[in-house]
Design a binder for this molecule. Sequence first.
Ligand code: SF4
Length: 489
Amino acid sequence: MKKILFTHSYFYKFDPKQWRMKQPFPPLMTIIAAALMRESGYEVELFDTCLRDSEIEIIPILQTFKPDYVVVFDDGFNYLTKMCLTNMREAAFEMQKLAKREGATVVTCSSDSTDHFEKYLAHGADFVIKGEGEITLKELLIAIDHKHPLEDIKGLTFLNKEKNIKETVRRPVLSDLDTLPLPAWDLIDVESYRSVWKEKNQNFYLNVATTRGCPYKCNWCAKPIYGQRYNSRSPERVVDEIEFLQRKFDVDHFWMCDDIFGLKPGWVQSFDQDLKRRGIKIKYKIQTRADLLLEENNIDVLLSSGLDEAWMGAESGSQAILDAMDKGTKISQIETSTRILKNKGVKVGFFIQFGYLGENKQDIQKTFDLVLRLMPDHLGISVSYPLPGTKFYDRVKEELKQKANWTNSDDLDLMFGNTYPRKYYKLLHRYLHNRYNIKRGFLTVGSLLKKPQSFSLRKIKRILSLGLHVPRAWVNHLRLYRLEKLVNS
Ligand code: SF4
């Protein structure tokens, strides 16, 4: 039986901001691919990099397991892998080289390798899978084992005998996701993940994917794997997986790691009914859009099935910037959906980005006003990041010669020219966090004065953080003011 060592390139410890959050998720897509290959007759093993310190830890596994194939298969459900961070790219290159040194055939599949296959081929990959990977991987390894020609396998890039890059036609995405096996959770040391979450005394979440893709067209959002396609698993199959995870690992909090959860009409209703029929109670968080959360009836079904937290790409408080992004949402929709969700007890998270092309001081002020007016429960702030294949990237690509990728997710470098200098946008991110935390601290003081019995350690920490954020807000405000003066002079 041929052996495959699976791995992936996301090291939480190479991404300090994410590691500080202590919320790691196992590489879900990697273990779906591993399950498929095991089902196809291969012996599989996993070198899970998420909680590892270094790429070289793969060496002893290469030497003891002696794989025929090493497959670097990123978890495309984890949005961090879509950021194509150079720390992770270099880790992938290093593992590819180490695997080659041990005599394995190396196959790589990720968003970054889809965009930059020539770089991966130059750093040790024998094959790069472009787009959705599972079926291509299966066809490729079977073809290699049976010495069949590779040119007919869709979604593949490799160097031919003449050392020229050979690209086959793109593979259409899978429409029936239920044909894939359940993820090979036995390859994951779930307890080591749980212990990281517990370091910060947080509820432990596991990740479940119910769909692949997103049909919307936000013009900065990279979609190298699925394009505009959106396919759903059946609710029954998803509930099978949740039931298994609950029974096996005693977990009842889940991150539905879809780009957009529950878009297919009737899906959430069936999901809710199936959970109820089997007596399963869970809490879950989702990523969604403001315009999908306007109907009270729809939110009630989400709530009934266990929705606890909804993250939406609010992006900006300026309608002009939302329109420039082709976001397709209205500020009024962000306001209405936030109000409805909060009234129903669902926690709300906003993704905000600064620095989109053309954003001026008034637009920035509107974003501050939106956040401080609506006060979401969580805030994720970033800076516009051009990724290949997007309209946004095409507009600024000439300016990306020096630097085209972030090193880690806290890099936040604005890599193209805009209204203000680069460091302004990093400061904006910090300043909004300061202002948000100050307001939250004062709101907490107010709520404790009204209801002293609602006292908790978390609330005390929020109030104490005022001592940190008030002086920092002043300093950051001053630095922003000076940079504005410089630009306007
Ligand atoms: S809705 Fe979200 S996932 Fe879909 S295109 Fe927009 S940003 Fe991307």
